[in-house]
Design a protein around this ligand. Structure first.
Ligand code: KG4
Ligand code: ZN
Length: 352
């Protein structure tokens, strides 16, 4: 029997199995990660190697350095994840992997590794969209969460409002017209002289600043639930220059707080408008920016006021990790979706 037909048979028999274990790999950007997750909900292990120190010198991710580092670390993370889960490759039921969106060289490392492992162990291979992985971080945090729910996905490369209709079924309600929210945070942080990655640093600095120090515009977009951050970023840079020309040296804490408030107001306004229009009762956040402390606080207040139940991913699951990829792979596997060994990386992959 060929590898693929063997996997199709295995996939069918897994549908009635309790305790389906998935080993997954994530290498789309600057984290090499592997994890073992049971039934899409229970993390048995999660190993993450962050390349932050390698890229900090250059102020951002250098694709060639990222690929090389993934080549060095991905298999070590797989070993670590299996060891911490107390199992061997033979004990897992399938291998999941991120195949896009992301940096092509980085993605290829994970995809190649996953294909080799799946073929060697004759396990089904499951391809996962990175954005879907971020959404699934909520299933790992809250085992009681089930679709349908509305999800605000905000990361370094994406800002989407998605209706999660079912496992693996999404409807796009709104998205950014230019920069992503994380990108905007990183650029503003750079203006403030903060080292890469700027988003979390700007967030910490903002905690002690005055959010009313600087008046920043609330951007207009044609789409009712769309975002736009590039105008906000330009207004922030111009305001910083104007102050400098007047010989005023503002406190970076106040500037950080003003910028963070403008971004969070924009995200919460659009998301709550969409939630109210749809009459939705459950709302989740996902992606790196869902770690933002003001966004988490503001969303909690607004959802409480509207009687909407809010789901926030655990802090360590907001950023890139492989546990969320294993969770997404589980729900795809249960729908009978398996990949063949022709699988390639798709850097500009879309979810919807
Ligand atoms: O989801 P993620 O880890 O990677 C992508 O898939 O893009 O998101 C990374 C982004 C970066 O832009 C980072 O600065 C931002 O998330 N980020 C934050 C915070 N933590 C991470 N932005 C604002 N506040 C934070 N606390
Ligand atoms: Zn991500």
């Amino acid at each position: 029997m060929t590898y693929y037909s063997e996997c199709i048979e295995k996939c069918v028999s897994l549908r009635n199995k309790k305790g389906v274990r998935i080993l997954a790999i994530e290498s789309s950007c600057d984290e090499s990660a592997a994890a073992v997750v049971r039934d899409g909900r229970v993390i048995e292990s999660s190993a993450v190697y962050s390349q932050i120190d390698l890229h900090a010198l250059y102020g951002g991710v250098v694709p060639e350095i990222a690929s090389r580092s993934h080549v060095q670390k991905v298999d070590l993370m797989v070993e670590k994840a299996l060891e911490e889960a107390g199992c061997s490759l033979g004990d897992v039921d399938a291998v999941g992997v991120t195949y896009g969106p992301g940096l092509v060289g980085s993605l290829l490392t994970g995809v190649t590794c996953a294909k080799a492992l799946a073929f060697a162990a004759r396990k089904p291979l499951v391809k996962v969209n990175h954005i879907e992985g971020h959404i699934c971080a909520n299933y790992l945090t809250r085992p009681d969460l089930e679709p349908p729910f509305l999800c605000l996905v905000v990361s370094g490369g994406h800002s989407h409002i998605l209706m999660v209709e079912d496992y693996g079924e999404y409807r796009l309600m709104g998205c950014t017209r230019d920069d992503a929210a994380g990108e905007a945070f990183d650029k503003a942080a750079r203006v403030l002289g903060l080292p890469y990655p700027g988003g979390p640093r700007l967030d910490r600095l903002a905690e002690e600043g005055d959010p009313d120090f600087m008046k920043l515009p609330r951007p207009h977009t044609e789409g009712k639930y769309d975002f736009s951050f590039s105008g906000l970023k330009t207004a922030f840079i111009n305001a910083a220059h104007n102050l400098a020309q007047k010989g005023i040296t503002p406190d970076p804490k106040d500037m950080a707080a003003s910028f963070r408030k403008a971004v969070v107001d924009f995200l919460t306004d659009r998301t709550m408008a969409c939630a109210k229009d749809l009459g939705i009762r459950r709302l989740a956040l996902a992606g790196g920016v869902s770690a933002n402390s003001l966004l988490r606080r503001e969303m909690a207040v607004l959802c409480k006021r509207e009687g909407i139940e809010l789901f926030l991913p655990r802090m360590e699951l907001c950023g890139d990790n492989a546990a969320m990829i294993a969770s997404a792979a589980y729900f795809r596997l249960m729908r009978g979706e398996i990949a063949d060994l022709e699988l390639n990386a798709v850097p500009s992959l879309r979810l919807v």
